[in-house]
Ligand binder design. Structure first.
Ligand SMILES: NC(=O)c1ccc[n+]([C@@H]2O[C@H](COP(=O)([O-])OP(=O)(O)OC[C@H]3O[C@@H](n4cnc5c(N)ncnc54)[C@H](O)[C@@H]3O)[C@@H](O)[C@H]2O)c1
Length: 319
């Protein structure tokens, strides 16, 4: 049996590829290397195609048959919120179109197990301290919309042809399981703070007057290795006959404020930097943390690594 991993040369996908390899599974990776690095996947087979191109359906079907693929984990997508606001059509083509091609190929080759990378961006601006999966999703940007549509596509394929799908809604992913698999994008808070202090600048903090304990925004930071392990739990879940849920939050259930993250960075790096305090930014919910009871009860997964390990592993990877 082989697991096909789309976007396997990316930050999160490569951690899952490594875990699968470590437990002796066969892995084949689909990636166009637009944001991926081939060295991250070791000796796993790489099929370099754009999933969103129509021709990918035939290549996917050939790959599935050649490698005897029995399950798919789908990471390949564009993930920049700002870019999705600038180029919404392209985000729909890439994220929705890519998944449509993948589902077409899976249906035509009778592969019916899929783990889908969704996001807390599907929630938008929920007004609750810990968001559960049943709250109404109201994404506030095209990126979040493409992820919610992806979940609907998974549900529709389940009804139409028996797809077994699991949507994992990731919260704020950071850290590195292995230094060479670290996040190379400077798009999330932890890499942004590291980039600023390495350039001898003060990291910007947007909003210090929110109704949170210290006035800064609170987010749920999950270690990428914990997240990667959740995918293996989701894969096993898809083998069960009884599957009460298709969508799961993946977080720690504990929020950390921006100031708490900065304090942990000072502790880890030994660099005593100042923060550059800025006004609030539009579209930032004050508090976004996961209610993780469903994934714990249903998949038996919970995060085991804290903010300190997240920051230490991310810093070690770039030092
Ligand atoms: N990083 C986060 O904090 C986060 C949070 C929530 C959800 N997600 C989702 O998790 C998934 C993986 O995120 P990541 O942080 O590892 O991103 P990443 O950019 O590092 O990985 C995505 C991979 O997919 C590949 N790819 C993108 N478009 C492709 C296409 N059309 N055809 C083939 N390959 C393509 C890229 O080359 C890259 O290797 C994405 O779907 C993202 O939306 C990420």
């Amino acid at each position: 049996m082989t697991v096909l991993v789309t976007g396997g040369a990316g930050y999160i996908g490569s951690h899952v590829v490594r875990l699968l390899q470590n437990r002796g599974e066969q892995v084949v990776v689909i990636d166009n290397l637009s944001n991926g690095i081939q060295e991250r996947i070791g000796d796993a087979k790489l099929v370099e195609i754009d999933l969103a191109a129509e021709a990918s359906v035939q290549t996917l079907k050939d790959t599935i048959k050649t490698h005897n693929v029995s399950a798919v984990i789908h990471f390949a997508a564009r993930k920049q919120v700002g870019e999705s606001v600038e180029r919404p059509e392209w985000y729909y083509q890439q994220n929705v179109g890519g998944l449509a091609n993948l589902l077409t190929a899976m249906r035509e080759t009778d592969v019916n197990r899929l783990v889908f990378s969704s996001s807390a961006a599907t929630y938008g601006m929920p007004d609750v301290p810990a968001v559960d999966e049943d709250i109404l999703c109201q994404p506030i940007n095209p990126y979040g919309e493409t992820k919610l549509i992806g979940e609907w596509m998974v549900a529709n394929a389940a009804r139409a042809w028996g797809l077994r799908g699991a949507n994992l809604r990731y919260f704020n992913v950071a850290g590195a399981g292995w230094p060479e698999l670290a996040d190379t994008a400077v798009a999330n808070l932890v890499p942004i703070v590291f980039a600023a202090i390495r350039a001898d600048q003060s990291p910007k903090v947007f909003g210090t007057d929110y109704a949170t304990a210290d006035g800064t925004c609170v987010r749920d930071y999950v270690h990428v290795l914990d997240l990667a392990e959740a995918h293996l739990s989701a894969l096993s879940y898809l083998d069960r006959d009884e599957r009460p849920h298709a969508t799961f939050n993946v977080g720690t259930g504990t929020g950390s404020s921006v100031f708490e993250v900065l304090e942990q960075v000072r502790k880890t790096t030994g660099i005593n930097f100042e923060a550059d305090l800025q006004p609030r930014r539009a579209g930032d919910p004050p508090f976004l943390a996961a209610d993780v009871s469903r994934i714990k009860t249903t998949l038996g997964w919970s995060a085991s690594r804290g903010l300190d390990e997240i920051i230490e592993s991310a810093w070690a990877a770039i030092s």
